[in-house]
Write a protein that binds this ligand. Sequence first.
Ligand code: NAP
Ligand code: MG
Length: 493
Amino acid sequence: MSSLYQNFIGGRWVPARSGRTFFNHNPATGEILGEYPASSSEDLDEAVLAAASAYRSWRLTPAPKRAEIVFRAGEIIRERKEDLARAMTREMGKVLAETRGDVQEGIDMAYLAGGEGRRMYGVTTPSEMPNKWAMSVRCPVGVAGVITPWNFPFAIPSWKLMPALVAGNTAVFKPAGDTPEMAWHFTRIFEEAGLPPGVLNLVFGSGAQVGQPMVEHPRVQVISFTGSTEVGLGINATAGKLGKRVSLEMGGKNAVIVMDDAQLDLAVEAILWSAYGTTGQRCTACSRVMVHAQVHDELARRLAERARALKLGDGLEPETQMGPLVNESQVKTVEKYVAIGRNEGQLVAGGARATDGALARGHFFQPTLFADVKSTARVATEEIFGPVLALVKIQSLEEAVAINNASAYGLSSSIFTQDVNRAFAAMRDLDTGIVYVNHGTTGAETHLPFGGTRGTGNGHREAGHTMLDPFTEWKSVYVDFSGRLQRAQIDNN
Ligand code: NAP
Ligand code: MG
């Protein structure tokens, strides 16, 4: 018997009105972990109304008090870190070291966002008139609709919901169907931390049944979405017609550049981790390497050897280095791209499902490497979201930068070089939201802005000193204490 979970609406745990449910699975074993409400627009509507009602008092709660609750949630997350990490590995497959890191992002973000409650700086400035005061302040937007993916099921909700709540918004949270349990823990923790009823509401259910009605709901003032480009652009189109504010974090096709003077040992370690960590299912995962022709064959040989040696298995086993893909549909996508890649480059490692022994029960795929792929090949340009890496030969830094910047996406990029001039040129010229020097493409820190250019996003950045931007409006306030009418925007000279 699996446990039955419920939605959280207006401070109460309730089933979907229809009584329908869906199941959460362990992708390493196929085991059923829990049963969740398959909600619909009725449930969503109730949640939005609860959030709209709670907004009236939450926005007037002093920001430092709001932030204290977020900070307290961070303390609870810290106490439960290990249990949360284990639950996450069971739910979506990545190895324990990675799920611990995902939970740690929640702790870091709680402390960072908590501090924001006592900053949230506005700007005061002199008026052009005598006896007049001028300033600008941040204001909450209202009800925030938050839609998240399964690959960072604790970190991504933290990046969005913690700043949204500190800023004085209330929220409705729709997590990915593949990772409902992490969303349930997240919400429970905020309930325990003392969040008033209705400030955070959780509605489980599909993108079509809950996500789409959330985007369309007239009482939801801002949507924050992380997920695929296809869904994100659809949300953007709907929100655009409604004049609704939306912040989008979408796909990536992140590249590492390896120059002929690179420390090759370091590059191999970093590329392995960036390409096959989280089974290639990070938005910042490296899925192509532009490598100087002089070191291409050597890098391919070393990476292939190491990729073949990676130990696949259940992420809860301490010796496992790479877990399963999240579901069968991701396996099918990876299989499709591997078939395409066989005609586009030289397959030097992997290329098939991994089915030895217990692996047969889960969604496992071998770490896969294609060498000598053209920069325009599909495996070198399209997001695969699996353990598939393509090596592209380049002759110069300029060529590598041009290939990087021709991508439809612009999340993360990296360069391995010992030459400071090349490093600085790359930092200046790589058109991505994140650039690494002598480090892989993954591993962002919460106190720096996170997000991408071109097809990856729509100009917003999460976390960092930018965390409040998607969830606040600026209000300019003028106070005239002259006691007479002083007219501005006319010529007073
Ligand atoms: P997805 O299919 O786009 O789903 C993301 C979320 O949107 C899920 O909660 C999903 O619900 C929901 N959704 C689906 N259709 C919807 C609709 N019509 N209206 C509103 N919501 C809808 O993405 P995914 O497969 O879960 O995640 C993988 C993708 O996320 C990759 O492309 C990856 O690059 C991207 N990603 C980007 C970042 C970043 O920061 N740039 C970070 C992580 C992941 P269901 O789960 O119920 O379908
Ligand atoms: Mg699952």
